[in-house]
Design a protein around this ligand. Structure first.
Ligand code: MLT
Length: 263
């Protein structure tokens, strides 16, 4: 499905009925990373997945991207779909956008699932790395970004033994435009520190982390769990950064139990 919102076209899926769950994907992927969550959870809930601005089948204008703007796009999509309140499920960059959304529109958030993400801003070295990666995207294209990102996103075990997952991730990355990849990198580099804001998150929150996540390790998840009032933390064995792709059944069970607990 398509909607023209905030001056661009966004592609999304809206499947099932019940409590609305909005899934926000990681960098530099797209909404199809949630296919197994959609299949399992849309039998009982309304599952909305969206290609964020700059990704997949959504427009990727050459422009100044920000995570606040991504949050505004999500809000516009909720308005378009007449969804007053939703549970946001954000993985990694999707989690950064969930923080931005909660800061701006807390009343629209029924619950948060923060998966394989972190509250801290980038370090100075981290910011410099973003700009180097944007240069690589500009000079060598998305497949060079796939070469860099795949070992950060998946465990060595997945890369060695599950080529179908690796191929899927590569196809998602290679399907993006350079404008979107570079735009995201700049947006993530300038995102604010969300640590001081964690104690103000009043909605029910589930944190999930792959035990082998090296991009946003379990210590980042523990920090969020310590600071967000009442947050629960679940660790998924044999999963790296893309825990939802590497261990979909465990991931889906945690999300389903969380949604049930809010009923
Ligand atoms: C992601 O998976 O969205 C990225 O690893 C996030 C980041 O680079 O900080």
């Amino acid at each position: 499905m398509r909607a023209t919102l905030n001056g661009i076209t966004l592609a999304y899926n809206d499947t099932g009925t019940g409590v609305p769950l909005v899934f926000l994907h990681a960098f530099p992927l797209n909404r199809t990373m949630w296919a197994q969550q959609e299949a399992a959870l849309a039998t009982q809930h309304r599952v909305i997945t969206v290609d964020l601005r700059g990704h997949g089948e959504s427009d990727a204008p050459l422009w100044h991207y920000t995570l606040d703007q991504a949050a505004d796009d999500v809000r516009a999509l909720l308005d378009h779909l007449a969804v007053p309140q939703a549970i946001l499920v954000g993985l990694s960059m999707g989690g950064y956008i969930a923080f931005a959304f909660h800061r701006r529109y807390a009343g629209r958030v029924k619950g948060l699932v923060l998966a394989d993400t972190r509250a801290q801003a980038d370090t100075e070295d981290g910011k410099a790395g973003r700009f180097q990666m944007a240069q690589i995207a500009y000079r060598q294209g998305p497949s060079a970004i796939a070469d860099i990102m795949i070992p950060k996103l998946l465990t060595p075990g997945t890369i060695q033994t599950k080529p179908a997952i690796t191929d899927r991730v590569r196809a998602m990355i290679e399907g993006n435009q350079i404008s979107g990849i570079a735009g995201d990198l700049m947006a993530m580099a300038e995102r604010p520190d969300s640590v001081p804001f964690l104690k103000a998150i009043a909605c029910p929150t589930q944190i999930i982390v792959g035990e082998e996540d090296r991009a946003t390790p379990p210590s980042d998840a523990a920090l969020m769990a310590d600071r967000i009032p009442g947050a629960r933390l679940a660790r998924i064995p044999e999963a790296g950064h893309l825990a939802n792709l590497e261990q979909p059944d465990a991931f889906n069970r945690i999300v389903a139990n969380f949604v049930k607990s809010l009923a």
